[in-house]
Design a protein around this ligand. Structure first.
Ligand SMILES: [Zn+2]
Length: 342
């Protein structure tokens, strides 16, 4: 009932090695059944970095940083005590503090590790990720206890300026609103109509269809990791929870599993000379379980951090709603599987 649509766009281009003779180029369009957006899988383009970006200057250029251990208490404000009685949430070296910019009714910034002004991709260990996610989830639960009109939660991240991050000290952010994000609205609507039309659940059917297949990455406890059929960006990976729908339902075990899988993915990114990323961990209200909602984690890489970089978001992505990818999702899943031992 899930339809994976792939269309051969039958593109021709001149081959310089053959006197400019027009030859078939291999160009596919795929449509993601969940988000409804398409991607183009091109061949012959070299959009991936061939060397590790030099981050030395960026790491050393240490200006004002409110997230370093020696100043975080002085330079950040506590949460209102009726929401977080202790003012701040501290989990080992990870801190959760209010964001000075309001982008959601309730939000927070999580610092993975206050003792390290910079983390390379390979430095994101399971422990560091666990501490950061569990602090953000604790804040999310506190928000929900405080205001039961809030129903839509997500935990998101920009890493490095090319992904949208404004501070080098690695951090993540949350959104807790009484309205859904566009992506939550889309997923909620599709899951409901899918369950109504077919009497089964989208994510249940997706996992049954993908488990053990060409885009399957592996199972880490309660999370299934896979590469989406039609990615929205480069090196995209999804993790789908077995049964839970709202982020605030996640327990420490779930968080450990997610952190463990994510540490593996980031390790592969580093090996491939990739540097920046965005991720989003999204849920829907608890009652969405009726139509099969599941917590969904998505991560994609972003352009390498280098001066005058070519953005990975072109008019195709920004205005045409169609990502351009230069490799097959199935080949990417195969690379990941070896790291996941599957
Ligand atoms: Zn810092």
């Amino acid at each position: 009932m899930i339809k994976f649509q792939e269309i051969d766009l039958k593109a021709l281009a001149p081959n310089p090695a053959n006197g400019g003779r027009f030859e078939p180029m291999g160009l596919l369009q795929r449509i993601d059944p969940l988000f409804g957006e398409s991607c183009r899988i091109v061949s012959g383009a070299k959009l991936q970095p061939d060397q590790t970006p030099d981050l030395e200057d960026f790491v050393l250029k240490r200006g004002f940083c409110p997230f370093c251990a020696d100043v975080i208490e002085k330079l950040t404000f506590p949460f209102p005590s009726e929401i977080v009685p202790a003012g701040r949430i501290v989990n080992g070296l990870s801190w959760v503090v209010p964001n000075i910019l309001a982008y959601s009714t309730y939000s927070a910034v999580g610092v993975y590790d206050t003792s390290r002004h910079f983390l390379h991709l390979g430095d994101f260990t399971e422990e560091i990720l666990f501490n950061a996610f569990s602090g953000m989830l604790e804040h999310g639960r506190a928000v929900r206890r405080h205001d039961n009109a809030v129903r839509y939660s997500s935990i998101n991240a920009n890493y490095l300026p090319s992904s949208g991050s404004s501070l080098p000290h690695p951090h993540l952010q949350s959104s807790h609103d009484f309205v859904p994000l566009s992506s939550q609205r889309r997923v909620e609507s599709l899951l409901r109509s899918y369950a109504g039309a077919y009497g089964s659940t989208y994510f249940g059917d997706l996992i049954s269809l993908e488990r053990g297949g060409a885009r399957w990455v592996g199972k880490v406890g309660s999370y299934s990791f896979l590469v989406p059929f039609a990615p929205s960006g480069f090196h995209e990976v999804w993790a789908v929870h077995d049964s839970k729908t709202d982020l605030v339902e996640m327990n420490d075990e779930d968080t450990t599993f997610l952190a463990s899988g994510l540490a593996k993915v980031l390790g592969v990114y580093e090996k491939k000379n990739l540097s920046a990323f965005n991720f989003s961990l999204q849920g829907l209200p608890v009652e969405s379980a009726e139509f099969g909602s599941r917590i969904l984690f998505r991560i994609t890489t972003r352009s390498a951090i280098e001066p005058y970089y070519r953005s990975d978001v072109t008019y195709f992505e920004r205005l045409c709603g169609e990502a351009m990818i230069d490799y097959l999702p199935e080949a990417w899943a195969e690379e990941l599987r070896s790291e996941f031992g599957t």
